[in-house]
Design a protein around this ligand. Structure first.
Ligand SMILES: *Cc1c(COP(=O)(O)O)cnc(C)c1O
Length: 361
């Protein structure tokens, strides 16, 4: 059995050391010393604005939308995890889907302007698979039309664009540290913004709006994270370089072995230091994808159609014409990629893939 994903775990005694300290202090949550330390160390590691550590990436996205007071229509990508769209709908805004670029699989900036109306308040784009969007073009459009920009950068820990953490782009960027992501805190998320006032507002919002014990700055929610999750983050941060080096090495082994097969790979944006967050391959047709996935599954190899369905097909959104996204969602398969994966296991995956594709033809 080769799973799709296996979360990285640090040596248990290293986590235990943090637990001993937590037991001594008996300070479990509410912006404790480990949460503070984690926020600082993440920003040091990334060279980014100081992060706000949240309960998860979805809450971060919802707080981001709320803090910017977005209304009406939000232009967004149909090719992402469901949380990108569901957060927009949850905050009572209407997602307007703009199709993706067929090489990077990110929102196509050339199609954004024709989707802007008098009701458009923002663009929420995903750097899908950790690969940067065309952030410069998106920025230009946003400035021209006075729109806010939020990046769903859930896949992006470790990705750098033109030498900088990709989280530095947009009015707000959000991170996810869910266990399935390359760098995780079990559950967790992050908010990044250059705007100090906005950051303050988001800090109030994620703590019920508390401004002291009996005074409230505004409406809030509970979006905090705990000392135990911060401890996992601090442990894992020590291994972050090792994790990303390993993912790069494994991805390159895949690249070499898949060279001869008729599968397409998304292109990494220029000037990017990529984090190898996933290993997606695109087949020529939905049937070719299904036949490969079925064969791999019969050999005990787990794969997944990240990201399916194309989000314009969710039952609670208006219809949209986004043929590239729909086509990609029907042909994509993510192959196993995680720290403990070995070259021998990749051999089994790619060997099986080759066999299934020969049989299919
Ligand atoms: C994982 C993910 C999220 C949600 O993050 P959680 O931390 O699981 O809430 C949001 N958007 C994208 C694109 C994701 O992959």
């Amino acid at each position: 059995m080769i799973p799709l994903n296996k979360p990285f775990l640090p040596p248990q005694h290293e986590y235990q050391d943090y637990m001993n300290d937590i037991w001594q202090r008996n300070w479990l949550t509410n912006h404790g010393p480990l949460v503070k330390e984690f926020e600082e160390k993440v920003s040091e590691y990334l060279g980014s604005e100081k992060m706000v550590f949240t309960a998860n990436g979805t809450t971060a996205l919802q707080i981001a939308i709320k803090s910017l007071d977005l209304k009406g229509e939000i232009i967004t990508t149909p090719y992402s995890y469901v949380a990108t769209t569901s957060s927009i709908v949850w905050e009572n805004c209407t997602p307007v889907f703009v199709d993706i670029d067929e090489t990077t699989l990110n929102i196509d900036p050339e199609k954004i302007e024709s989707a802007i109306t008098g009701r458009t308040s923002a663009i929420i784009a995903t750097h899908v698979y950790g690969n940067p969007c065309d952030v410069e073009s998106i920025q230009k459009i946003a400035v021209k039309h006075n729109l806010k920009v939020i990046y769903d950068a859930a896949h992006c820990f470790g990705t750098r664009y033109k030498g900088e953490a990709i989280y530095n782009w947009g009015d707000i960027s959000i991170a996810s540290f869910h266990a399935t992501k390359p760098f995780h805190t079990v559950e967790g998320g992050g908010l990044f913004t250059h705007d100090k006032e906005l950051k303050k507002k988001m800090r109030y919002m994620m703590n019920f709006g508390h401004d002291g014990p009996y005074h409230f700055q505004g409406v809030g929610i509970n979006g905090k994270n705990s000392e135990l999750h911060a401890a996992m983050g601090l442990c894992n941060l020590k291994y972050a370089d090792e994790i990303f080096d390993k993912r790069k090495k494994l991805s390159e082994i895949y690249d070499n072995k898949l060279n001869e097969l008729p599968v397409q790979r998304p292109e990494v944006t220029e000037n990017t230091i990529y984090n190898y967050a996933y290993y997606p391959v695109l087949f020529e047709s939905e049937n070719a994808m299904k036949s490969a996935a079925g064969y791999l599954s019969s050999k005990g190899i787990e794969t997944r159609n990240y990201f399916k369905p194309s989000l314009n097909q969710l039952p609670y959104v208006d219809k949209a014409h986004v043929p590239v996204s729909e086509s990609v969602a029907n042909r994509v398969l993510c192959l196993p990629l995680y720290f403990d994966l070995t070259e021998e296991m990749i051999d089994i995956v790619t060997g099986s893939l080759e066999k299934s594709m020969l049989e299919y033809q």
